[in-house]
Design a binder for this molecule. Structure first.
Ligand SMILES: *[C@@H]1O[C@H](CO)[C@@H](O)[C@H](O)[C@H]1NC(C)=O
Ligand SMILES: *[C@@H]1O[C@H](CO)[C@@H](O)[C@H](O)[C@H]1NC(C)=O
Ligand SMILES: *[C@@H]1O[C@H](CO)[C@@H](O)[C@H](O)[C@H]1NC(C)=O
Length: 488
C-alpha cells in the first residue's frame, strides 16, 4: 500500500521516517516463536545416483513446474532449484533498467540503507543457502498432513474488535452474493473469546474458527503485541481446514461471488492467483539475488488482501513462505513489506510461475471539486471483471468527511482511475500518494481542524464515474453495514 511521493513534503518525510523506524523496531523485536520443525523424511527425495559424468547427475529444472499435479511431484524439481549456481546482485539488478527519474513507483525509496549501500554477495549467498537448506532438510511431508484438508473455502485473519466488525461486513457481503464458500476465521489466543465465537455463529451459522496459538496447528507462530502481525497469513493458509484456500483481508469486500475465481482458467492452470500491488520492487532489492531471480520489469509487488492457492500442489511452497515470514522475518522485513511479497518471491525462489489477473489494479475513490482521492483498490478476476474492492485507506478518512460524502455526494465509491497501460506491465504508470485535508468540506461540517489523510492517485489518467465499471457497490456496502465506523 505504501507508495513513493512525486512531490515530497515535510509530512511525507515524517511518514517515511516513521515507516523506517517501524521496521527497525520490527527487526529489534523479533520475539516470534520458532517455527516448529518436523523432521523431513529425506528419503522422500529421490536418491542421488552416482554417475561418472556430473552433467547427467545434476537434476534438471522443470520448465513449466507450475503444472506439476501434486506437492510431492515438486521434490525432484526442488533438487534442481537448490543446485542452481547463485547469481550476484549485479546480475539480478541488470534485469531492470529503470530508475527513479522515470517516476517508477518503487516500494522503498532511494534512501533505504540497502539502496545507498548495496548488500554484498556473500551476505546474499548465506541467506540463499539458508532457505535452500530449509527446502532440502526441513519440509514437513505432505502425506502426513493431507488428511486435515478438504474442499474450498475462505480464510480470514482477524481478532480485535474492529477487525471482527469488518468480518461481519464481509460475511454479509458474501451472503448477499449468494456465495456458498465456507469461511474460517483465524485468530490468536484470547483475541476471540468463546462468547464472541458463539455470538458470531448465531449470526452466521457454518463459520469456523481456528486459534493460531493452539499447539494442534501444523505450523506455529507467535503474536507480537506491539506490531502488525505480518506473519499470520501464510500460517493461516497452512493451518486452514481447506485444501484450496482463498485468503481475504477483513476489509476486502467481494464484488462477485469469489467461487468464480476457482473456475478461472488462470487458477486451473497455475493453482494460484496472486494480485498486484501499486508499487514495484527496486532492482537493488537483495531478495532478487537471494531467490536467484533476475529483476523483472513486468511485475508489481504483491497485494495480499486476496490470494488463492491450492495446498494439494503448493504445500511445500507455503512452508517456505511461512519460514521467510516467521523465523526469518527480522531479516526479510528490511526489504519486503511483511507477508505480501514473501509469497511471490517464494514462487520465484522455487522457479514456479504463479497465476495472476491480466489487469493491474484499478483505483477507486472520491472525486470532489476535481480532487481525486483513491481510498480503495479494485482487483480483477482473470476475465477482467472487478472481483474485490479492498478499502485499505478508507479507514483513515475522518468520519465527518465520510458522513458529508454520503449525505451530499451519494457515498464514498464515486469514481475510479484505471491506467491506460494496465495490461502492459512493463510500462511505467505514474502513480503515488497524495494528501487530502478536506479543503472542500464546508466550515460548518468540520469539527476544528481536520487531520490530513492519505490517498492514492494515478497522475496521468482522468477519474471516471464508478458506475462505468461497477454497479451498485455503494448501496451494497451500505446494506451490509460497511459504515459501522460512523457510529463510533
Ligand atoms: C558482507 O556484509 C556482511 C554484513 O551483512 C559483513 O559482515 C561482511 O563482512 C561483508 N563481507 C564483505 C566481503 O564485504
Ligand atoms: C441471490 O439469490 C437470490 C435468491 O435466489 C436472488 O434474488 C439474487 O438476485 C441473488 N443475488 C445475486 C448477486 O446473484
Ligand atoms: C470534535 O473533536 C473533539 C476533539 O478532536 C472531540 O472530542 C469531539 O467529540 C468532536 N465532536 C464532534 C461533534 O465530533
Amino acid at each position: 500500500m505504501f507508495c513513493f511521493f512525486q512531490r515530497p513534503r515535510l509530512i511525507a518525510a515524517a511518514f517515511f521516517i516513521s515507516v523506517a523506524v517501524y521496521f527497525i523496531f520490527l527487526s529489534l523485536h523479533d520475539d516470534f516463536e520458532d517455527y516448529v520443525k518436523v523432521p523431513f523424511i529425506s528419503n522422500l527425495l529421490p536418491t542421488t545416483t552416482t554417475t561418472t559424468t556430473p552433467s547427467t547427475s545434476s537434476p534438471t529444472l522443470i520448465e513449466n513446474a507450475h503444472t506439476l499435479p501434486s506437492a510431492d511431484a515438486y521434490l525432484p524439481h526442488f533438487r534442481a532449484v537448490t543446485s542452481l549456481p547463485g547469481i550476484s546482485l549485479a546480475e539480478a539488478k541488470a534485469g531492470c533498467t529503470w530508475n527513479d527519474e522515470q517516476g517508477v513507483n518503487f516500494m522503498y525509496g532511494g534512501d533505504a540503507d540497502w539502496v545507498k549501500k548495496e548488500r554484498n554477495d556473500s551476505e546474499l549467498a548465506n541467506h540463499r543457502a539458508e532457505w535452500q537448506a530449509f527446502i532440502t532438510n526441513d519440509l514437513m511431508p505432505y502425506d502426513q498432513y493431507s488428511s486435515r484438508f478438504s474442499g474450498r473455502g475462505i480464510a480470514v485473519v482477524a481478532g480485535n474488535e474492529r477487525t471482527m466488525k469488518r468480518v461481519k461486513v464481509l460475511l454479509r457481503a458474501l451472503k448477499k452474493l449468494n456465495s456458498s464458500l465456507p469461511v474460517e476465521i483465524h485468530f490468536f489466543g484470547d483475541e476471540v473469546p468463546p462468547s464472541t465465537q458463539k455470538d458470531m455463529l448465531a449470526q452466521f451459522p457454518g463459520i469456523f474458527f481456528n486459534d493460531l496459538s493452539s499447539k494442534t496447528n501444523i505450523v506455529q507462530t507467535g503474536f507480537n503485541y506491539y506490531l502488525a502481525n505480518f506473519q499470520f497469513k501464510p500460517v493461516a493458509i497452512m493451518n486452514s481446514r481447506f485444501a484450496e484456500v482463498l485468503l481475504l483481508d477483513s476489509d476486502n469486500i467481494p464484488a462477485i461471488d469469489p467461487e468464480l475465481l476457482f473456475e478461472s482458467d488462470a487458477y486451473k492452470e497455475y493453482g494460484t492467483l496472486f494480485w498486484p500491488d501499486i508499487a514495484r520492487t527496486r532492482p537493488e532489492n537483495p531478495i532478487w539475488a537471494i531467490t536467484n531471480t533476475i529483476c523483472r520489469m513486468d511485475e508489481y509487488e504483491q497485494e495480499s488482501g486476496q490470494l488463492l492457492v491450492d495446498k494439494h500442489r503448493f504445500f511445500y511452497h507455503l512452508q517456505l513462505a511461512a519460514w521467510l515470514n516467521n523465523k526469518n522475518a527480522a531479516y526479510y522485513n528490511m526489504f519486503l513489506l511483511g507477508d505480501k511479497d514473501m509469497f511471490r518471491f517464494t514462487w520465484h525462489a522455487l522457479k514456479t510461475k504463479y497465476g495472476k489477473p491480466a489487469k493491474w489494479l484499478t483505483s477507486v475513490g472520491t472525486l470532489t471539486e476535481g480532487k481525486y482521492c483513491g481510498h480503495s483498490f479494485a482487483q480483477h478476476h482473470p476475465d477482467g471483471r472487478i472481483a474485490f474492492v479492498h478499502g485499505g485507506l478508507l479507514k483513515q478518512i475522518p468520519n465527518e468527511v465520510v458522513k458529508w460524502q454520503r449525505e451530499e455526494r451519494g457515498g464514498v465509491y464515486q469514481a475510479y482511475k484505471r491506467s491506460s497501460v494496465d495490461e502492459r506491465h512493463g510500462e511505467v504508470e505514474k502513480c503515488g500518494m497524495q494528501w487530502d485535508g478536506g479543503d472542500y468540506l464546508p466550515e460548518e461540517r468540520r469539527n476544528g481542524t481536520l487531520p490530513v489523510w492519505m490517498c492514492i492517485d494515478l497522475y496521468d489518467v482522468e477519474a471516471k464515474p464508478i458506475t462505468d465499471v461497477l454497479e451498485g457497490f455503494e448501496s451494497m456496502f451500505d446494506e451490509v453495514g460497511g459504515y459501522w465506523m460512523l457510529n463510533e
